[in-house]
Design a protein around this ligand. Structure first.
Ligand code: CP3
Length: 341
C-alpha cells in the first residue's frame, strides 16, 4: 500500500521533504475526550490494549482530530514483560504495578522468550486493522520499550523517581542482569519484527529511564542491547529515544538506526554538530510549552524548528504530551510546524 503522506518515512530516511513532519509521543490516549469515552466504557486500560478493533480506533483518533503526520499504535511497553512471564496491572491514577518482580537469579527460571505471535497477537491484530482503516493516509509507528527500561520495571515492579532497586540490581548482580537483558532483547527483536510484518512502517524504542544510569552503566547495560536491536531491524527505519541520555549522544552516532529522539534538556546545536546529517533528529519542544497561550506556542515552536534548520528533522515534543494539555493547544503546535517555512 503506497502512503499518501510519507513525510515521516522520507524524513527518517534522510530524503527530501517539502516540510517537517510532526507527531507527538503519547498522542493516542492521554489528552483526547474521544479516547476517554471509549476507555470509560471498559473495565480498564488493559481491556482497551487487548481489544484490537478498539485499540485501532484510538490509534486513528489523533490522525482524524489533530491532523498529525503519523499514527502510533495504541499499546504499552509493559506488554513485553507480561508476555515473558510477569503480568502487570494498570492502577487508576497511579500507574503500572507488577505483583511479582525479579529479586534473584532463581526468579529468572520463570522468565522466557515467548512466542510473540501467541502472546502478543492482540498487538499485531490491532496493527493489521489500523493499517486497513488508515488506508495509506499516514504511516503507522510501532514501538517497544528498550531493554534497560523494561528491566527497570521488572525489578522495581512499579514507577519510581530513582529506580534505585533496579540500579542496585545492576551493581549487585551484573551477570544475572545481563542474562535478563538478553532475554528482553531477544523478545523485543521478535516483537518488533512481528509488528513490522503486521504493517508497522517505522518503529521506535523508548528508553525512558536511560537518564538515571551513569554513563558507564548505560553503555554496559543499556546501549549494548539497543545496539543489538538496531543491528537486527533492517526492514523499516528505527528511532531510538533515550530520555535523559545526553551524555551518550556521541556513542549513539555508531548505532545502526535512522533517527535519534532528543528530550527537551538536550542541546540541539550540540546534537546537530554530533550527528551532522548522518541521522535524523526527532524532538524536542518542552511539553510544558503547551500550557502557554497560542502566541507562546507559535513562538517556541518556531524557535525549536529554527534550531534544527538544515538538519534532518522530525518535529515532536521532548517527551510524551501531558494528560491535562488542552487538545486545541496541541493543534496549535501542529499547525505551527506545518505552516513554518
Ligand atoms: O504514544 C502513544 O500514544 C501510544 C501508546 C503508548 C502508551 N504508553 C499508552 C498508555 C505508548 C507509546 C506508551 C509508552 C510507555 N508506557 C512508556 C514509554 C514512553 C514514556 O512516556 O516514557 C512508559 C514508561 C510506559 C509505562 C506506563 N504506561 C506508565 C508509567 C503509565 C501510567 C502513566 C501514564 O499515563 O503514562 C502507563 C499507562 C498508559 N499507557 C496510558 C496510556 C494512554 C494511560 C492509561 C489510561 O488510559 O488510564
Amino acid at each position: 500500500m503506497k502512503l499518501a503522506n510519507d513525510l515521516l518515512i522520507r524524513a527518517a530516511n534522510g530524503q527530501k521533504v517539502e516540510r517537517t513532519p510532526v507527531w507527538l509521543m503519547r498522542q493516542a490516549g492521554r489528552i483526547l475526550p474521544e479516547y476517554r469515552k471509549i476507555r470509560n466504557a471498559l473495565s480498564g486500560f488493559k481491556e482497551l490494549v487487548e481489544t484490537p478493533h478498539l485499540a485501532a480506533e484510538v490509534t486513528i483518533q489523533p490522525v482524524d482530530i489533530l491532523d498529525v503526520d503519523a499514527a502510533i499504535i495504541f499499546s504499552d511497553i509493559l506488554v513485553v514483560p507480561e508476555a515473558m512471564g510477569l503480568s502487570y496491572e494498570m492502577v487508576e491514577k497511579k500507574g503500572p504495578y507488577f505483583p511479582k518482580t525479579i529479586r534473584s537469579a532463581e526468579d529468572l527460571l520463570n522468565i522466557k522468550v515467548p512466542d510473540v505471535d501467541e502472546k502478543l497477537w492482540y498487538v499485531t491484530e490491532a496493527i493489521k486493522i489500523t493499517k486497513r482503516e488508515l488506508n495509506g493516509r499516514v504511516p503507522l509507528i510501532g514501538f517497544a520499550g528498550a531493554p534497560w527500561t523494561i528491566f527497570a520495571y521488572m525489578i522495581e515492579g512499579q514507577g519510581s523517581k530513582t529506580f534505585s532497586n533496579a540500579k542496585a540490581f545492576l551493581y549487585r548482580n551484573p551477570e544475572t542482569s545481563h542474562q535478563l537483558l538478553q532475554l528482553i532483547t531477544d523478545t523485543t527483536i521478535a516483537y518488533l519484527k512481528a509488528q513490522i510484518s503486521a504493517g508497522a512502517d517505522i518503529v521506535q524504542l523508548f528508553d525512558s529511564w536511560a537518564g538515571i544510569l551513569t554513563h558507564d552503566q548505560y553503555l554496559e547495560f543499556g546501549m549494548k542491547y539497543v545496539n543489538q536491536i538496531c543491528d537486527a531491524i533492517k526492514e523499516v527505519p528505527l528511532t531510538v529515544f533515550a530520555k535523559g541520555a545526553f551524555f551518550a549522544l556521541e556513542n549513539m552516532k555508531n548505532l545502526k538506526c535512522e533517527t535519534i529522539g532528543l528530550d527537551w534538556n538536550m542541546n540541539v546545536s550540540n546534537a546537530v554538530n554530533i550527528f551532522s546529517n548522518t541521522k535524523t533528529l526527532q524532538g524536542n519542544l518542552d511539553p510544558c510549552v503547551l500550557y502557554g497561550d497560542f502566541s507562546l506556542i507559535r513562538q517556541k515552536t518556531k524557535e525549536m524548528l529554527n534550531s534544527f534548520a538544515n538538519h534532518r528533522h522530525i518535529a515532536n515534543l521532548g517527551h510524551g504530551v501531558y494528560p491535562d494539555i488542552n487538545p486545541d493547544h496541541v493543534k496549535c503546535f501542529i499547525e505551527s510546524v506545518k505552516s513554518h517555512n
